[in-house]
Design a protein around this ligand. Structure first.
Ligand code: PEP
Ligand code: MN
Length: 279
């Protein structure tokens, strides 16, 4: 990993990046990002935002630009979606995480987003990464579905080397021969990242599994593996979701999962003597 001048961990100093977003310290507190796959309407986004906030989520997610496999699928509401997210933030106080897909959109999407997401399909979109390196917003960099740890960290390096120090990695599953799950969620990447990089890493069990029934166990496992947070797709009415319906978690199930995560967190604090980071 010696080409990673900025993303690698200095093992002796063991100094880790902590990124402040609103009142959350990413890399220190366990963070939960929740919300719909895509912004579909004001009612859907704001109701979902209120429900996830009540359950204890720290940030709201929602896509206004959706990179879809088929050009005929719902592509997102664009600017209108960003305005809905802005309103949801005003009403709930939750910082907004949203995806940007085109380098030309980066500067103006910053006006609506607290964290800019790079999706799996764009992990190696180097012109997008360079543009993100020039802005004053944290970047949530998802792992490319066919990428190794080194390739992923090299993409983080593109952002860091342009001057933006705030990169949060997000494991979202990789392609394997398994078809039961949508992807294979690689939780071993979490302690692996901690061994070689100072950057925070969170886990997305929604895209990582594609199955509602697997999201809670994989969220708990992510916390146990030492992740700095999770990102979960929650929809106030999953049957109506325009995107990723099968993995959309209803708000009451999300609230129940949050209670279990809190209980696990207390237990882990005890066994780690108050330190989340065991490295
Ligand atoms: C998303 O989180 O909205 C998304 C499209 O995920 P991914 O890029 O991991 O498929
Ligand atoms: Mn989705």
């Amino acid at each position: 990993m010696n080409t990673l001048r900025l993303a690698s961990l200095d093992v002796e100093k063991n100094k880790r990046t902590v990124i402040t977003v609103g009142n959350v310290k990413v890399g220190k507190d366990f963070m939960v990002i929740a919300g719909p796959c895509s912004v579909e309407s004001e009612e859907q986004t704001i109701t979902t935002a209120q429900r996830v906030k009540e359950a204890g989520a720290n940030m709201l997610r929602g896509g206004a630009f959706k990179p879809r496999t088929s050009p005929y699928d719902f592509q997102g509401l664009g600017l209108q979606g960003l305005k809905i997210l802005e309103k949801a933030k005003r009403e709930t106080g939750l910082p907004v995480v949203t995806e940007v897909t085109d380098p030309r959109d980066v500067s103006w999407v910053c006006e609506y987003a607290d964290v800019l997401q790079v999706g799996t399909r764009n992990m190696q979109n180097f012109s997008l990464l360079k543009e993100l390196g020039k802005v004053d917003r944290p970047v949530l960099l998802k792992r490319g579905m066919y990428s190794t740890l080194k390739e992923w960290l090299s993409c983080a390096e593109y952002i860091l080397s342009e001057g933006n120090p705030s990169v949060i990695l997000c494991e979202r599953g990789i392609r394997t021969f398994e078809t039961y799950t949508r992807n294979t969620l690689d939780l071993s990447i979490v302690p692996s990242v901690k061994e070689v990089s100072h950057l925070p890493i969170i886990v997305d069990p929604s895209h990582g599994t594609g199955r509602l029934s697997l999201i809670e166990p994989m969220s708990l496992a992510a916390m146990a593996a030492g992740a700095d947070g999770i990102m979960v797709e929650v929809h106030y009415n999953p049957c109506e979701a325009l995107c990723d319906k099968d993995q959309a978690m209803p708000p009451d199930i999300f609230a129940n999962m949050m209670q279990k995560l809190n209980a696990l967190q207390s237990y882990m604090d005890k066994i780690n003597n108050g330190r989340r980071d065991r490295n």
